[in-house]
Design a protein around this ligand. Structure first.
Ligand code: PXP
Length: 246
């Protein structure tokens, strides 16, 4: 089976920085540390309200990273212009609501196919790999395929929430949907990624899905870095991913 890539999301280093309005902790320094510790990519979400990552962070990441930058963004004209300016390796289109604490659901692709197809075309032409963040739902997978996305990232947030809330029946139901939709997406020729809410406890069954090529993990790793340091937090995640994959 192919080696599963680990993309490290450094947004919440910026959350801590912004809580005080200081210049530290620097998310770009965290990205460089993650890179040295074996991250296969760095993920950063420039939210419309700039609550964590800033425009300058994106500029500095684009200028300094040696591993691929995965730029998460809402489907807005402003974000499209920023992506076209920096031409990151990948863009991941996510839904965004200002009032939400984090990206709550997947993108509703099926109901805005035309608009999204037009939105992603210039990004593809600029050489960015376009990923669409979706729930594990057949209509969304098929729509992502039709609009010309190269990648789908399956939203694992519900699966993780159910696990940590102890609702194991709901967790297992979501895992069945993730398993089926990873297979469908792969059969359609899409590259399959997964992410959101993953922890040491929840990563195994997702890492074991043979079609999944990349996991994007942030909040848990940044939190765990308080106790183990970022390289230590990543090393344990890597170990669990490899163990599940073997
Ligand atoms: N993938 C996507 C598309 C996301 O929006 C996020 C959160 O920004 C993540 C992965 C990482 O989620 P978490 O920080 O919960 O690990």
């Amino acid at each position: 089976m192919n080696r599963l890539r680990l993309g490290v999301n450094i947004d919440h280093v910026a959350t801590v920085r912004n809580a005080r309005g200081t210049a530290y902790p620097d998310p770009v320094r965290a990205a460089q540390l993650a890179e040295e510790a074996g991250a296969d990519g760095i993920t950063a979400h420039l939210r419309e309200d700039r609550r964590h990552i800033s425009d300058t962070d994106i500029e500095r990441l684009a200028a300094t990273l040696r591993v691929p930058l995965n730029f998460e963004m809402a489907a807005t004209v402003e974000m499209q212009a920023i992506a076209l300016r920096h031409r990151p390796h990948a863009v991941c289109i996510v839904p965004e609501k200002r009032e939400e604490r984090t990206t709550e659901g997947g993108l509703e692709v099926a109901r805005q196919e035309n608009a999204l197809a037009h939105f992603i075309a210039p990004l593809r032409e600029a050489g960015c790999r376009v990923s669409i963040f979706i729930a594990a739902d057949r209509a969304q997978v098929e729509a992502a395929h039709r609009i010309g996305a190269q990648v789908v990232e399956l939203h694992t947030g519900g699966y993780c929430d159910h696990h940590h809330e102890g609702d194991l029946a709901a967790r297992d139901g979501e895992l069945v949907r993730l398993t089926e939709m990873a297979a469908l997406a792969h059969d359609l020729g899409l590259e399959v990624h997964a992410g959101h809410g993953l922890t040491y406890e929840t990563v195994g069954p997702i890492a074991a899905l043979p079609q999944v090529m990349e996991l994007n993990i942030g909040h848990f790793l940044v939190g765990e870095a308080i106790f183990r340091g970022l390289p230590g937090a990543m090393a344990e995640m890597r170990r669990l991913m490899d163990e599940a994959r073997a």
